[in-house]
Write a protein that binds this ligand. Structure first.
Ligand code: MN3
Length: 205
């Protein structure tokens, strides 16, 4: 069984950046549905015992096209939101530190340059999707975006995502309406960089 990430903070904890109704709907409806559907499809496909990263990295093992597409979309939805919700925390002026800060500065120049680059990917993603920072097999940082619930794993890059911005309208529409760029700008106020740093160090091992 795939277990949905449980929030260690309340639905209203990210106010005023992300409103409580958006958080509750996003977690208890959207993410819960992806998780339940993934469990149903994975059972049908006989892959319920696999961990989500190897399942998404090896979608071709599922011969039935309908099941494969369903697992790609709902498995992506399950994995992507587990990461997204886990790297958010109540506004705390958090910033990258330690090994992650050094690597980000070496890769992007400085934090503001990183924000600019990933914001362009997030706002530039046509339609629903995500923006990512991932760690390559060589320990380098790369930025990307993807459509729907695809991610660097299901797209076969071999990279490990450590930072995600959800740019589906359900992530921001109640508060920000059509203004995706405003949501993306505010999002950085609720990023838990300590957690992203832990994911970076784990991915580099
Ligand atoms: Mn979402």
């Amino acid at each position: 069984m795939f277990q949905q990430y449980q929030l260690p903070y309340a639905y209203d904890a990210l106010e005023p950046v992300i409103d409580a109704t958006t958080m509750e709907t996003h977690h208890s409806k959207h993410h819960a549905t992806y998780t339940a559907t993934l469990n149903k499809l994975a059972e049908e496909a006989g892959v319920l015992d696999q961990d989500i990263t190897s399942l998404l990295a090896n979608l071709n093992q599922i011969s039935d096209e309908k099941l494969r597409n369903g697992i790609r979309n709902n498995g992506g939805g399950f994995y992507n939101h587990n990461l997204y919700f886990s790297i958010m925390a109540p506004a705390c002026e958090s910033a990258p530190t330690g090994a992650l800060k050094e690597k980000m500065d070496a890769t992007f120049g400085n934090f503001d340059a990183f924000v600019e680059k990933i914001s362009a990917l997030a706002t530039g993603q046509f339609g629903s999707g995500w923006a990512w920072m991932s760690v390559t097999k060589d320990g380098d940082l790369v930025l990307s975006n993807s459509a729907n619930q695809d991610n660097p794993i299901s797209l076969g890059t071999g990279n490990t995502p450590i930072f995600a911005i959800d740019v589906w309208e359900h992530a921001y529409y109640l508060k920000f309406k059509n203004l995706r760029a405003a949501y993306v700008k505010e999002f950085f106020k609720v990023v838990d960089w300590k957690k992203v740093g832990e994911l970076y160090e784990a991915a580099c091992k």
